[in-house]
Design a protein around this ligand. Structure first.
Ligand code: UD1
Length: 425
């Protein structure tokens, strides 16, 4: 098995290109199923979650061509109503295939979704929303069977602005008859990107960027071949910002979008960084050991993203002073704490609250990632630790980062992929 080895102590310097957004491309790939033709998507990240979505599309009859970071999806010949269990258990986002497949085929079955181990992650909001659009959903034996005679537009009120539920209902509404009004939607930039992609394909959507999306259903024939370029991944951007805040140095994050990063920029500013945004990207400069951050709460966008809580916890673990973190979105997102403690961090957990007491230094250790962003947090911890850190179970990290070692090597870090000795024999 491959693991990541980091020898800490180097400041980061240089310029890296930020990969396309995972959380934008996954629903966009699902949305390509709505059209009985060809969709071209540029700047797709080459990560295992995207590979998984490609396999699912192929299993249900799509032809997918990959040319570097461009994916060309031909969804003209769908031939299955079942989303294969093997991939569903690997990737929770597969649930968002329900909306487009109901639009296209009126029938779909899927087993309960898997994904990162960061809490219960229920799907009740998806189910309730789709039922409002005239979908019958039967839940039995860990399987959801969804069918409709005709998708019918309706008003849907989300009790929480769930990203996935917003996407699923939006995708179902595109080919529904009449108007769908979705209230209290998620406002994450990836929702806006999905809306722009759908508009570009011929869908009719109003209210983009607000709390309410209004979708005027169109006919299958109104959708057409389209081309779209995915924006930079704001979570990868934020991970590298946390890394620079921790190690010190000066890095240009090419392609990073300032408007998506306002809350994160405000946090790194307080940690002592100086940032400068240009139309080409964001420059981050950190000269000293980071300052602590009084109270960091994760919230739906535009609040601080839950996906960056662990990377920032790692950076704050060596800050000057104490920080308090409150995780409001996923209850099990503190699994990485055990590993950070093994590296010498001083962190106390009480339910949603983490008290991070900054220590002078972390020490290298053998650690394990349990989920994607927690894994990235361990890489950051390794970058600032004294000595060598070996991070195991890196397949979680590869779900979301194209090449975290390659990126950080370019910035001068002492980091590489290694093979377990048993594998080399
Ligand atoms: C998406 C992102 C993930 C990010 C999260 C929150 C993708 C592929 N993943 O995940 O990286 O961390 O948004 O920004 O885009 N909930 C319910 N019932 C539901 C659905 C959600 O109770 O039916 C709850 C969840 O348990 C969680 C909260 O709502 O507590 C947020 O979940 P949601 O916004 O749906 O996140 P995901 O779409 O799963």
């Amino acid at each position: 098995m491959t693991y990541i080895q980091v020898t800490g102590g180097k400041k980061l310097h240089g310029d890296i290109e930020i990969q396309g957004s995972k959380n934008a491309v996954l629903p966009i790939l699902a949305a390509s199923l709505l059209h009985n033709g060809v969709t071209t998507i540029h700047h797709c990240p080459i990560i295992s979650d995207v590979e998984c979505m490609i396999r699912i599309l192929e299993c249900i009859g799509c032809k997918v061509k990959k040319e570097h970071s461009t994916l060309i999806v031909d969804a003209s010949q769908l031939n299955s109503y079942r989303i294969p269990d093997e991939y569903v258990s690997r990737m929770r986002s597969s649930i968002i295939l329900l909306g487009p497949l109901l639009g296209r085929q009126h029938f779909v079955t899927i087993s309960y979704p898997g994904g990162c181990t960061i809490g219960a992650r229920p799907i009740d909001l998806h189910v309730k929303g789709l039922r409002r659009l005239n979908v019958d959903i039967v839940e039995a034996n860990e399987l959801l069977t969804c069918m409709t005679t005709k998708l019918q537009g309706n008003e849907v009120n989300l009790s929480f602005p769930s990203v996935g539920a917003t996407e699923n209902i939006l995708l179902a509404a595109v080919l529904a008859e009449g108007t769908t009004c979705i209230n209290n939607v998620a406002k994450e930039p990836e929702i806006e990107e999905l809306c722009r992609f759908l508009q570009n394909m011929g869908a009719k959507i109003k209210g983009i960027g607000t709390d309410t999306l209004v979708v005027e259903g169109v006919k299958q024939a109104d959708l057409h071949d389209s081309e779209f370029t995915v924006k930079a991944d704001r979570i990868v951007t934020g991970t590298y910002m946390a890394a620079v805040a921790a190690t010190g140095g000066k890095v240009f994050l090419r392609g990073a979008v300032k408007e998506h990063m306002e809350e994160v920029i405000q946090v790194v500013d307080q940690m002592g960084c100086i940032t400068k945004a240009t139309p080409e990207g964001i420059l981050i400069n950190q000269k000293a050991r980071p300052n602590a951050y009084d109270l960091l709460r994760t919230k739906p966008y535009p609040g601080f993203p839950t996906d960056l809580q662990s990377p920032f916890m790692a950076a704050l673990s060596i800050a000057k002073g104490n920080s308090i973190l409150i995780e409001n979105i996923f209850e099990a997102r503190y699994k990485v704490v055990k590993e950070l403690l093994a590296m010498g961090a001083n962190i106390e957990i009480d339910g949603k609250v983490a008290i991070v007491r900054g220590v002078n230094a972390l020490k290298g250790a053998a650690v394990r990632s349990y989920e994607l962003r927690g894994g990235a947090a361990l890489v950051i911890a390794g970058l600032v630790a004294k000595g060598v850190t070996n991070i195991h179970s890196i397949s979680y990290i590869q779900r979301g980062y194209e090449d975290i070692c390659g990126d950080l090597q370019k910035l001068g870090a002492n980091i590489l992929y290694r093979q377990e000795e048993a594998d080399q024999e």
